[in-house]
Design a protein around this ligand. Structure first.
Ligand SMILES: Cc1cc2nc3c(=O)[nH]c(=O)nc-3n(C[C@H](O)[C@H](O)[C@H](O)COP(=O)(O)OP(=O)(O)OC[C@H]3O[C@@H](n4cnc5c(N)ncnc54)[C@H](O)[C@@H]3O)c2cc1C
Length: 371
């Protein structure tokens, strides 16, 4: 790709958040450049589920995932020690699962088709005075967007590196060649860890495990989930094990002067929510609007609003972490009163109000006391 000396918006990092930010800014008419140290299709440890909101956001961005490569998700199933409970997404809503590399390639193709200047295998080495530094040149930019992931260097360079975070969790994922047995996103609750299983395209299931133990690896931890272990027994693995750190991380500030952060660079929600991609896409749409008005404070406000619900749900779900007795009681209540699970899931995907949540939370609490 031809290197120009200036651009309206320079996006550092071409992962899902950076590409979404580039697409949204280009849709608003900006000249956009993206640089990433890697080349498509970039893979990453991910549960590979897209919640219903993510689908709406992708439509807004004009991104159409290839139909043969996606699976439709009808809802969520929790499993623990022989118990299970499940709920559908609210009526008319569905999720999707897609291999991370397919998602990345599709986003990159959409950005390219819109005329985004994509610089792959180009590491950004610094930013200064409306300039972005690559190894061999500097590019002037009116706006600089840090989309360089959870360990963002842009965040450090822009002096935005002040944040609070929950205890870190360590996650690993791998794919298995096995016919998907469900159209639900499954969460297996173990004593000190959870496993997530999602159909990830035809004939393939993505499994991720998260725990607070940095030493725990997939093979070892799967034995904690006998039902899942049985399903995967003998199945060929189709990807290498990949790890990542997961946490709720909230930044004090998201922008300084002409630099704004997006995606994992701008804070994270624990992997248990399955909301990281959804958030990135919705943030991208809000950021592009703010670039048009030149008001990044508006972006920060919108970003905080978008993060509230997933952060809350992550905390609520992680109350179960390491408490097997509570997990069993909760599953008994959710199975016995499926309407509570449906309402909680509706809140999780932004389709019911905090009042509804409070009422159902009280019913759940009462159920736990009396179970
Ligand atoms: C185990 C796990 C499971 C998850 N499951 C789900 C799920 O099921 N659903 C969901 O929605 N979310 C999930 N998430 C969250 C989701 O994966 C992240 O929120 C998402 O990857 C964020 O994308 P990003 O573009 O911000 O960051 P990244 O994907 O990390 O991309 C950052 C990019 O920046 C580039 N980069 C970094 N530094 C530089 C530099 N100096 N110069 C140039 N390029 C640079 C990197 O090469 C990379 O391509 C999960 C997360 C984990 C850890």
């Amino acid at each position: 790709m031809h290197l120009q000396n200036s651009t309206d918006v320079f996006v550092v990092g071409g992962g899902p958040a950076g590409l979404a930010a580039a697409i949204a800014a280009r849709q608003q008419g900006f000249h956009v450049t993206v640089a990433d140290g890697a080349a498509p299709a970039v893979d990453k440890a991910c549960g590979e589920a897209l919640m219903p909101d993510a689908i709406g956001a992708l439509e807004h961005l004009g991104v159409a995932l290839p139909a043969p490569e996606i699976c439709r998700l009808s809802g969520v199933r929790f499993l623990s020690s022989g118990f299970s409970a499940e709920a559908d997404f609210p009526s008319g809503q569905f999720g999707l699962s897609v291999r991370r590399t397919i998602l990345h390639r599709t986003l990159a193709e959409r950005a390219e088709a819109l005329g985004v200047n994509l610089l792959w295998k180009r590491v950004v080495t610094g930013i200064a005075d409306n300039k972005v530094c690559l190894a061999d040149r500097e590019i002037r930019a009116r706006w600089i967007v840090g989309a360089d992931g959870a360990n963002s260097r842009v965040r450090r360079w822009a002096n935005l590196d002040r944040f609070s975070h929950s205890r870190l969790r360590y996650a690993f994922r791998r794919h298995y060649r096995v016919a998907p047995w469900t159209d639900r996103l499954e969460v297996y609750w173990g004593k000190d860890s959870q496993a997530y299983a999602t159909a990830s395209g035809p004939g393939q299931v993505c499994v991720a495990v998260a725990s607070r133990n940095p030493q725990l690896r997939l093979d070892e931890s799967l034995r904690e989930f006998p039902a899942l272990y049985e399903r995967l027994r003998g199945a060929k693995t189709t990807s290498a094990e990949r790890g990542a750190v997961s946490a709720n991380r909230r930044l004090k500030r998201l922008y300084r002067e002409n630099v704004a952060l997006i995606g994992d660079a701008s804070g994270t929600v624990d992997a248990i929510t399955g909301e990281g991609l959804d958030l990135s896409f919705c943030q991208a749409i809000e950021l592009a609007k703010s670039l048009c008005t030149g008001d990044l404070a508006h972006y920060q406000t919108a970003h905080r609003r978008l993060s509230l619900r997933p952060l809350f749900m992550a905390r609520l779900m992680l109350l179960q972490d390491g408490r097997p007795a509570l997990q069993r009681r909760t599953l008994r209540v959710l199975r016995g009163r499926p309407q509570i699970f449906r309402k909680l899931l509706a809140f999780h995907v932004g389709r019911s109000s905090p009042l509804d949540l409070a009422l159902n939370g009280l019913t759940l609490g009462w159920g736990l006391l009396t179970a």
